[in-house]
Write a protein that binds this ligand. Structure first.
Ligand SMILES: NC(=O)c1ccc[n+]([C@@H]2O[C@H](COP(=O)([O-])OP(=O)(O)OC[C@H]3O[C@@H](n4cnc5c(N)ncnc54)[C@H](O)[C@@H]3O)[C@@H](O)[C@H]2O)c1
Length: 451
């Protein structure tokens, strides 16, 4: 168990979780409840933190969770947030429900002067993100966005290399990100498939990578031009099973012959993506996904893109060519960073059908007129290459640098930049023009990146 320092036993930080999501259960609720067989000893934060309330639309789901864990935590409905604060006196709100709910809870918590931890993305739209920033300005509370990609081992090495001047001034980044046919397809069955809930995948998923590159370059995107659309999922999918004459099949035949569904049933499921099989999935979502409602990846209500190619210009002059696709044979990314004095290349690719690779991720540094080097980054067990464990240490332990790294926490403003850049990708596709990121946040220009 993570012990509090001497004299701190009576001062555990009081947390209220808003949205008992799959993410909230693993990342926050279980570590805060701690001391039970489902939480590893080093992941037990019950000595320093206390879960004092859960806010969720789904009382059945929350009760099932409390029964399963034996925890006694008061549960509130969304309209009772203010009453919850008065009755339970939380110090911090953890906002971890679907993206469209983030602004509502973050703003209310800030109005009460609470600190707020918000799951990425900060919000599903730039205007909601701006509302959170405005509330933060008026509040004694502070916003932290859980951009956990910053905490992956390779991210820190890349940042150190760039900061050390190993490749000079960064000129351009080329990045291909793939989300595979198992994980990628899952978004098209869940709430994420509606723009009004997630902002689209460039926001809800792309924000990880956009923020990572912003953080590596210590700079913010100034403008975005993008192409993209829906090519793999939705009613016109080329993978939708049809009969010989091209007519649609009945729902059970369609489900049986759906190649993505076959992948879900046979593919190896990595530890951090037990989307349909994880232990806590059996709690169900009676409110969010009512029983009997069938959600398929070819449904007409899907209104988001499944692939993007964006050209992003940073305020400091660097550019990024970013391709993001949600139906790839592999999961991961290939990144190239070109500087005035050399180039860095790295990749992290997993094929779901193959056994987990034990090969370390390598970062190759080629100097234009100097020696090359290959840096190995050993991957660690745990969610998102141990990034989840590291970010929890930063969030829950008193020291601001608990992870041993400096300037790694994502601020509200940095979270807002990632949201606005993702939204700019979707807007650029729809409006066929370059989008200025600052305008989406209602700013004349972006302030300097805090690093
Ligand atoms: N950092 C990461 O790596 C990571 C990974 C996965 C998800 N996430 C983020 O975590 C959040 C949760 O995603 P998930 O897929 O785990 O969610 P989920 O679908 O598993 O759970 C959503 C929960 O929110 C509840 N809910 C719905 N509407 C609500 C409302 N208005 N008020 C309160 N509760 C409400 C549902 O009942 C359910 O308990 C999202 O913001 C997502 O983007 C982050």
């Amino acid at each position: 168990m993570t012990e509090p320092n001497e004299g701190e036993a009576m001062q555990r930080t009081r947390y209220a979780i808003c949205g008992l999501s799959n993410r909230a259960i693993y990342e926050y609720a279980l570590p805060l409840l701690g001391g039970r067989e489902w939480s590893a000893p080093e992941e037990d934060y019950s000595g320093v933190g206390e879960l004092v309330a859960i806010v969720d639309i789904d009382q059945t789901r929350v009760q099932r969770f409390l029964e399963r864990t034996g925890a006694n935590v008061p549960c509130y409905s969304p309209d009772d947030f203010d009453r919850m604060v008065v009755e339970q006196h939380p110090d911090q709100a953890i906002v971890a429900g679907p993206d469209f709910t983030h602004a509502r809870y973050a703003v209310s918590a800030l109005e009460h002067g609470l600190d707020v931890i918000v799951e990425k993305p900060l919000a599903h739209t730039a205007s909601d993100a701006r509302a959170i920033l405005d509330a933060e300005q008026r509040s004694a509370g502070e916003v932290t966005v859980t951009h956990n990609a910053r905490y992956e081992g390779a991210a820190g090495r890349l940042r150190d290399l760039i900061r050390s001047g190993a490749i000079g001034t960064v000129i351009s980044v080329d990045l291909v990100e793939g989300v595979d046919t198992y994980h990628g397809a899952s978004f098209f069955r869940r709430w994420n498939r509606r723009r009004s809930y997630s902002g689209g995948l460039a926001v809800t998923k792309g924000c990880h990578t956009i923020d990572l590159i912003n953080w590596l370059l210590a700079d913010a995107p100034q403008s975005v031009f993008a192409h993209g659309g829906l090519a793999f999922y939705g009613p016109e999918s080329p993978h939708r099973p049809r009969d010989r004459a091209g007519a649609l099949l009945g729902s059970s035949d369609e489900a049986r012959l759906n190649p993505y569904a076959q992948r879900w049933q046979t593919g190896r499921v990595p530890e951090d993506q037990t989307l349909f099989t994880g232990e806590w999935q059996s709690l169900g979502y009676p409110a969010q996904y009512p029983e009997g409602e069938i959600r398929g990846i070819f449904d007409a209500e899907i209104d988001i893109e499944d692939h993007y190619s964006a050209l992003i210009r940073y305020t400091g002059g660097a550019t990024m060519a970013y391709t993001l696709c949600f139906s790839m044979p592999w999961e991961g990314h290939r990144i190239g960073i070109t500087g005035t004095h050399g180039r860095i290349e790295t990749e992290s690719i997993a094929y779901r059908q193959l056994p987990e690779s034990s090969e370390p991720t390598t970062i190759r540094v080629d100097r234009l007129f100097g020696p090359s080097e290959v840096v190995s980054v050993v991957s660690e067990p745990g969610g998102h290459d141990a990034a989840d464990a590291r970010i929890r240490r930063d969030l829950f332990l008193p020291s601001p640098t608990a992870s041993g790294t400096n300037a790694i926490r994502a601020t509200g403003f940095q979270g807002a930049i990632a949201v606005a850049t993702g939204e700019a990708m979707a807007r650029s596709i729809a409006e066929r023009r370059e989008i200025v990121v600052a305008e989406l946040l209602d700013l004349q220009e972006l302030p300097e990146w805090e690093s």
